[in-house]
Ligand binder design. Structure first.
Ligand code: NAP
Ligand code: 8YV
Length: 323
């Protein structure tokens, strides 16, 4: 007799790679289809043994996880997993997996794009041309250039290293801050973020979100970065004290900012939208079809490995697998 297919709950949009990869291999319950979520979950809660999460905007906390007494694994889309209480999951024997590495190069490309756009004002120049202003006179020379800058990386993990490699190829000096020196990294290390901010003129933020990084880019750090300072945030909106950043941009404590992420995205503060000396991306880091498909595929492969009784492919450090 064929083994029974395990019950898996899909939280989030029905992305074709995820649904196509899971259906047929597991019994898939799609929460998004439910008009009444509580009524939908009640009869299946005792059967669900794994959850697939298709977007990082879906919050998965203890209250949700404890509805499923047989829950063994949560396979989440995205390398960042600050939307999941992984500590609680680990303490309750639930393995959480994410989608690292398959997006490193794409996100690093976006980071360099955002840095160049911010330093050399490319989006502003594009708006200038479309408004017909070039017919009157050329776009003003930019005050900022990458040629005299040093980038302080806040975070030097998988994606941080891919960004640093690109900066090296651009001839830009790199230093970094993280909680401890990173293995195999020879760039100058700063144990204190504020000291690094004082020594550089450009910060590139690529750390995880969550409690340990909440508002780490605060008024003190922005003041240390100074009036030539450019902040690029590729990490999470929660890492930057957004009101402090808006104030620092308004009073020119720093020069400019390039932001891919926001505290309450997709809501972006009106003050930022109205500023011409910032560049704002709608969380584009990994947003190509190919990279998103690779991330979706890894969500599927983590579930299929679990369903086959194998070790998860990419468990997060808070939830070491037992089998
Ligand atoms: P990773 O390999 O885990 O690297 C994280 C780096 O941050 C490490 O160097 C780590 O070093 C450092 N770090 C962690 N906590 C810190 C803290 N409290 N203070 C200072 N440094 C800290 O992660 P990754 O794969 O590079 O991804 C990084 C993050 O980028 C993700 O978690 C996600 O939030 C964000 N991301 C954004 C996009 C986008 O579309 N914008 C796309 C992908 C990822 P230590 O642990 O030694 O401190
Ligand atoms: C996601 C990301 O695509 O992987 C991450 O942590 O931030 C992005 O790659 C984004 O969160 C959209 O959901």
């Amino acid at each position: 007799m064929a083994a029974e297919k395990p019950d898996v709950l899909l939280v989030g949009h029905k992305k074709p790679v995820i649904v196509g990869g899971l259906e047929g291999n597991v019994t898939l319950h799609k929460l998004i289809d439910a008009a009444d979520k509580d009524a939908f979950l009640k009869p299946i809660a005792d059967k669900v043994r794994a959850i697939a999460v298709s977007y990082t905007s879906e919050r998965i906390g203890p209250e949700f996880m404890q509805r499923f007494p047989k829950l063994e694994q949560i396979s989440s889309f995205g390398v960042g997993y600050d939307h999941i209480d992984a500590k609680w999951a680990g303490a309750h024997g639930i393995v959480v997996t994410n989608t690292p590495d398959v997006l490193n190069e794409e996100v690093a490309d976006t980071a360099l794009g955002l840095l160049l756009c911010t330093v050399r004002e490319f989006p502003q120049a594009d708006r200038y041309l479309r408004a017909g202003k070039w017919l009157e006179k050329g776009y003003p020379l930019t005050k900022a250039t990458l040629r005299d800058r040093t980038v302080g990386m806040v975070g030097m993990g998988r994606i941080g290293r891919a960004i640093a490699r690109r900066l090296e190829a651009f001839g830009v000096p790199v230093v970094y801050h993280s909680r401890k020196p990173q293995d195999g990294v020879s760039y100058k290390y700063y144990p204190k973020l504020v000291d690094m901010a004082r020594d550089v003129d450009t910060l590139m933020v690529i750390v995880p979100g969550g409690a340990s990084t909440q508002n780490m880019i605060n008024a003190e750090v922005l003041k240390a970065l100074g009036p030539r300072g450019i902040l690029i945030n590729m990490a999470r909106g929660s890492v930057v004290d957004e009101p402090a950043l808006i104030q620092a941009l308004k009073d020119r404590t720093i020069y400019s900012a390039g932001l891919d992420v926001f505290a309450k995205e997709p809501q972006v503060p009106k003050e930022l939208i109205e500023m011409d000396h910032v560049v704002l991306f709608p969380h584009l880091g990994s947003a190509s079809e190919a990279t998103r498909a690779a991330m979706d595929r890894l969500v599927v492969d983590n579930i299929l490995a679990w369903a086959a009784g194998k070790a998860p492919l990419t468990p997060v450090p808070e939830t070491p697998p037992k089998r």
